[in-house]
Design a protein around this ligand. Structure first.
Ligand code: OSB
Ligand code: MG
Length: 357
């Protein structure tokens, strides 16, 4: 699926998404989920093709024809697999949809969500021309989005944030560095304190927690961790080390709804706000994000925004729309709450594999 406009982060630019979908059929129900891997190993280790390999050669043999009481137990079937969280999440999350259909409940309710609507923010890629960025911000604010996230990288940071703050002195604003800085850059990162940012997301190494705790000591602005949090243990370690004030939860990065919920619970218990991150998902992944964001600890606007910001045409119906007050309604119908447009999926499919028990 081609993005409506290229998305640039500190680790590279994405133009075309290779979307990997999982469709699980069990007991007369069908559950769809998305494996949210990027194309290359530049965000975390997984890629579209590594996930296909792990799914086909390891996950399928472990789960095919097996039986579990509830979707959360899918983790037991896949227990031996280390890492590869996005591949595992694709299977587990499809089972959550099947369980929701079987229980005739909206997925959000099955997960323990109570919200009727979720607050939506946007993540804006790095722009070579800051006047273009300022225009995009204007558009998103007019559309109602509740906060703006700017991608930054060395050389495209202080100046950019300064210009944005000059034009918009009070909007909820944050930055995401995607691991582009080192601890030695602390003096520069400290200068960001002047801009009243909600948070600075993953400034340091993708697999580090400890160095973030050293940086957090020097900053007034809360650090938000993304790349380095894969499970509830990591979340607890990060919080107890004071490495962050906020955590971004992504279903793929943490291995699916069960672990996402554990992280959510750890954070809620310790009063650490969470929000739902995005991986430039198609509507299928996006629908799962909407359901998860209904949980009580998701108190900050997330990166879950309207389908039309990404795609000329999404693969779910209805598409995800954001209302003028910057919220997305949480579906009340049983299951995922959106229909997969299977004709459109077929037309976009370049590779397909089916396994039967
Ligand atoms: O770090 O949150 C991130 C996109 C791809 C990889 C990593 C990230 C992102 C985003 C975009 O920020 C979120 C979205 O709009 O889906
Ligand atoms: Mg991020």
């Amino acid at each position: 699926m081609k993005l409506r406009s290229p998305f640039e982060t500190s680790f590279g630019t994405t133009v075309n998404r290779r979307v990997l979908l999982v469709e699980v059929r069990s007991e007369g129900a069908t559950g769809w989920a998305e494996i949210t891997t990027p194309e290359g190993p530049f965000y975390n280790a997984e890629t579209t093709d590594s996930a296909w390999h792990v799914f086909q050669d390891f996950i399928v043999p472990m789960v095919l024809g097996k039986s579990v009481e509830r979707a959360a137990d899918a983790t037991l079937l896949m227990q031996g697999i280390r890492g590869n969280e996005m591949a595992r999440a694709g299977f587990e999350n499809a089972l959550w949809v099947i369980e929701a259909i079987a229980k005739q409940q909206p997925l959000s309710k099955l997960l323990g969500g109570q919200r009727e609507e979720i607050a939506s923010g946007v993540s804006l890629g790095i722009q070579a021309d800051t006047s273009v960025l300022l225009e995009k911000i204007q558009q998103e604010l007019e559309a109602g989005y509740r906060r703006i996230k700017l991608k930054i990288k060395p050389g495209m940071d202080l100046q950019v944030v300064r210009q944005v703050r000059e034009k918009y002195p009070t909007i909820p604003l944050m930055v995401d560095a995607n691991s582009a800085y080192r601890l030695e850059d602390a003096p520069l990162l400290k200068e960001l304190d002047a801009f009243d940012l909600m948070m600075i997301e993953q400034p340091l190494n993708w697999d580090d927690i400890y160095l973030h705790s050293l940086l957090q000591k020097q900053l007034k602005t809360p650090i938000c961790l993304d790349e380095c949090i894969h499970n509830a243990g990591h979340a607890r370690a990060a919080i107890e080390m004071h490495a962050c004030g906020i955590i971004n939860i992504k279903l793929g990065r943490v291995g699916g709804h069960s672990e996402a919920r554990h992280i959510h619970d750890v954070c809620l218990h310790r009063n650490v706000p969470v929000w739902c991150g995005g991986m430039l998902e198609s509507g299928v992944g996006r629908a799962h994000n909407v359901a998860m964001s209904a949980l009580p600890g998701f108190v900050l606007p997330g990166d879950v925004s309207a389908s039309r910001r990404y795609w000329e045409e999404d693969i779910i119906e209805p598409e995800i729309e954001v209302r003028s007050n910057g919220t997305i309604p949480v579906p009340k119908t049983p299951g995922l709450g959106y229909e997969v447009n299977e004709d459109r999926v077929k037309r976009l499919t370049v590779r397909e594999q089916e396994w039967r028990a």
